[in-house]
Each structure stands twice: as structure tokens, then as C-alpha cells.
Design a protein around this ligand. Sequence first.
Ligand SMILES: CC(C)(COP(=O)(O)OP(=O)(O)OC[C@H]1O[C@@H](n2cnc3c(N)ncnc32)[C@H](O)[C@@H]1OP(=O)(O)O)[C@@H](O)C(=O)NCCC(=O)NCCS
Length: 121
Amino acid sequence: MIFDEEKYTLGERNIILRSAHEDEADMLIDYLKTVCGETNFLLVNPDEVKYTTEDEIKFIKHHNEADDSMVMLAFVDGVYAGNCSFTTRGSSRRARHRADIGIALFQRYTGFGLGRLMLED
Ligand SMILES: CC(C)(COP(=O)(O)OP(=O)(O)OC[C@H]1O[C@@H](n2cnc3c(N)ncnc32)[C@H](O)[C@@H]1OP(=O)(O)O)[C@@H](O)C(=O)NCCC(=O)NCCS
């Protein structure tokens, strides 16, 4: 699902939330390696992030094209700060309500309300 660009302010910071573009695949892989090293709350260590550019393009494409999944990027004052993704897990009618939510911000962008904004938006 494409998430059309939305603008917010959090204190002095200008926030943009929008879907990922396919040419941002490498940026997302680098980000994942960094955030996985900044916190133990994510599921893998940085050296276990093995996605290729092609894998990441597939991830972006899938989330942009599916009607029930989405990846949302956050930019703070024009700088990429992290993302939040919703990925459905069940294909049967009984399981269609199931979904994985992944959210991670670079550490320097945590603690001022961005995570809440992304989840509530
Ligand atoms: C978790 C994360 C997305 C939260 O975003 P954030 O912008 O830092 O959070 P916010 O400033 O919007 O805070 C929202 C609320 O969540 C709470 N919160 C934030 N991080 C928390 C954490 N790790 N554990 C418990 N509560 C947390 C805040 O205290 C705040 O609660 P309050 O409104 O009652 O004061 C962000 O800190 C992050 O990316 N952390 C590293 C990656 C991670 O842990 N991802 C989740 C893996 S399951």
C-alpha cells in the first residue's frame, strides 16, 4: 500500500512520513545494519543482516503493491530517521487479522514522539 507523503511537526522538528522508493533499497539495508547494532531489542545482530539490494527492492515493491501491507519511512528535517512496516501473515479469512509490525529508528531520533506518531498515524 502506498502511503502518501504526510507532514508533521514535533517540537522544532519537521517530520515527513511516506512510502519507500525502490531506489532507497541500499539506504534501508545500511540503516538496518546500524539500528541492529544500536539496540538489543531487534532480532538480529548487524552481521546477520544479509539482505541484498534485490531482496530489499522486492520487500519495498511488495509493501507498496499489497493492499494489506505497508512500509512507512520517517524523515526528520529532511534526514532519514527510520521506518515502520506492517506485513500481513495470514492468507485464510480466519487469519487475515494477523500482521507483523516492525519499527526501528536510529537511536538519535528516539525519545521525542516519532515512534508514537508513526504508529498512531
Ligand atoms: C521503540 C521505538 C520505535 C519507539 O519510538 P520513540 O520515538 O523512541 O518513542 P516515543 O518517543 O514516541 O515514545 C512513545 C512511548 O513509548 C515509550 N517507549 C519508547 N521506547 C520504549 C521501549 N523500548 N520500551 C518501553 N517503552 C518505550 C515511551 O516512554 C513513550 O511512553 P509515554 O508516552 O508513556 O512516555 C524507538 O525507540 C526505537 O526505534 N527503538 C529501537 C528499535 C526497537 O526497539 N524497535 C522495536 C523492536 S520490537
